[in-house]
Write a protein that binds this ligand. Structure first.
Ligand code: SF4
Length: 402
């Protein structure tokens, strides 16, 4: 099979993996080594390669879409009737270099189905990264998706050459993982994540060899099992604290051909994925705990409004708060106020008593935060009618994610 045809199949097969962003990688200086590339090209957000070669940041491919496993939610599962292909190590190395030199990409995202064994697959993936770094002095970004259960030596080697590594937890609940991916084991996945966490910590020590300097991430499929958003956020919170992950990525389930009756027939709404990302942000940057974010009794985030606004509306008694005296933690809970706006407010109020005009200049969403704030010349009405309706986005904006 021609490399071009392999690329068509294996780039398409990789598009289901959301855990691909190059932000957070420190500069890998290739200039002193006479190599090519640098990760220091701004916030390189990963976009999957399109087969016609247009406008890509990372070459996002699988080593192979052959797989020994039969995970029900996966298009590449053993029983799936899709065309199969497999790259050689040299083919991936050459493609990466060619695309890089043509300025199509800033780096490589490499994942794979499992062929022969965990270790043989992982070993081939690692050889790609090793060849790029050592033989070709490639300084661009590399994200390797680790095969859960691969040997510690191979994980260590992957971490040495990759900027970021990730192991997919796949599903938020361990019981449904056992049902939908019977060959996968949650303890094996978490064991591999723990090895990566340890490698990253050791890599930070003085004079230690670098290990995945852009950290570790993972991906969860949303809507393939019965997990609600509360389950998902609690699983994420445990992953962040237990394995110090940089990111958890959420991927809305979409039905795949010939799938089992155990899977839903309908795709999960993209808006659900979007709301989970917003909720995830609240945990990482606004000090919310997973268990308090979902306010509805059904355990699901409100699709019509963002979760910070939903939380504030469900806790109206905690508001309004005084923008001139409230501490940072409280301000972080105000809808429409982000970290940068709050830093500006804290700085500005050292010098003067802030009025609503000041808040308007220091923030980007005055309409959203105004009902929850007191300022020098502003106090919202105690009970604004239809506040939710007033602050919800237009239906047309929601349709974008339907
Ligand atoms: S192991 Fe990975 S590639 Fe193979 S079926 Fe499961 S999810 Fe798909």
């Amino acid at each position: 099979m021609q490399v071009r045809e392999k690329l068509r199949i294996l780039a398409d097969a990789a598009k289901y993996d959301a855990s691909c962003a190059s932000s957070g990688g420190p500069k890998r200086d290739s200039l002193g080594t006479g190599g090519i590339g640098s990760t220091d090209k701004g916030m390189g957000i990963c976009h999957a390669y399109t087969p016609d070669g247009r406008c890509v940041s990372l070459l996002k491919i699988l080593l192979t879409n052959q797989c020994l496993y039969d995970c029900a939610y996966c298009i590449n599962r053993r029983s799936s009737n899709v065309p199969r292909a497999k790259f050689t190590v040299d083919e991936i190395v050459q493609l990466t270099l060619d695309f890089y030199k043509r300025n199509y990409i800033e780096g490589l995202f490499l994942s794979s189905g499992i062929v022969k064994s965990h270790d043989e697959t992982m070993e081939e993936m690692t050889r790609v990264a090793k060849s790029l770094r050592e033989e070709h002095k490639f300084g661009g970004y590399i994200h390797l998706k680790l095969i859960a259960g691969a040997s510690p030596e191979l994980i260590a080697e992957a971490g040495r050459y990759a900027d970021r590594v990730s192991v997919n937890v796949e599903l938020p609940r361990e019981d449904t993982l056992a049902t939908l991916a019977p060959e996968k084991r949650a303890d094996v996945i978490r064991g591999s994540m723990a090895k990566v966490t340890l490698g990253i910590e050791e890599g930070k020590e003085k004079n230690a060899p670098k290990f995945a300097p852009a950290g570790q991430s993972t991906q969860m499929i949303v809507g393939a099992d019965g997990a609600d958003d509360r389950d998902i956020l609690e699983a994420s919170a445990q992953l962040y604290s237990g394995y110090r992950l940089r990111r958890v990525y959420y991927s809305a389930f979409s039905p795949i051909p010939d799938s089992t009756a155990r899977l839903p027939l309908k795709a999960a709404p993209l808006m659900r994925e979007h709301r989970l990302y917003q909720a995830d942000w609240m945990m990482r940057f606004y000090g919310f705990e997973a268990k308090e974010i979902v306010t509805g009794e059904d355990g699901l985030l409100d699709l019509a409004i963002d979760p910070k606004l939903a939380w504030a509306l469900a806790h109206r008694d905690d508001f309004p708060i005084d923008v001139n005296t409230a501490d940072r933690e409280l301000l972080l809970r105000v809808p429409g106020l982000g970290v940068k706006s709050i830093d500006r407010i804290l700085m500005a109020r050292r010098h003067r008593n802030l009025g609503l005009d000041d808040v308007a200049r220091l923030t980007r969403s005055l309409n959203k935060c105004r009902p929850f704030l007191i300022a020098r010349d502003w106090r919202p009405l105690a009970d604004v009618e239809n506040l939710r309706a007033k602050l919800a986005p237009e239906p047309a904006q929601l349709d974008l994610f339907a």
